[in-house]
Design a protein around this ligand. Structure first.
Ligand SMILES: [Zn+2]
Length: 103
């Protein structure tokens, strides 16, 4: 449901407060200097200056993935397991999101 999406433009994306989670997020490539978008359910955070059509359509696909999963609680563990197994670039949910980017 696109009308439920909320987009916030932020100065910097929030890093996980937990140090272990933060280290995993960085070592898997989930969070890095190039990270400019983050989707949590219907909430999309975009780093200031990066709200391009390409990034927004990528994050909108993640919203769709959350909807398919049914909830944040069921999507995130599956997503993070993919990131841990395949790495950020090769995670199937990321490949799917990239396949739905509109330039
Ligand atoms: Zn993505």
């Amino acid at each position: 449901m696109p009308e439920r999406i909320h987009i916030a433009i932020v100065d910097t994306l929030p890093m996980p407060a937990d140090e272990t989670l933060r280290n995993v997020a960085c070592s898997t490539g989930l969070f890095g200097p190039d990270t400019v978008g983050l989707t949590l359910g219907y909430a999309i955070l975009i780093a200031k200056g990066h709200a391009t059509r390409r990034l927004l359509t990528h994050e909108f696909r993640h919203v769709h993935q959350y909807e398919q999963a049914g909830s944040i609680e069921s999507f995130l563990p599956a997503y993070l397991a993919e990131i841990a197994t395949f790495g950020y670039v090769n995670a199937p949910l990321e490949i799917d999101a990239r396949d739905h980017e509109l330039l």
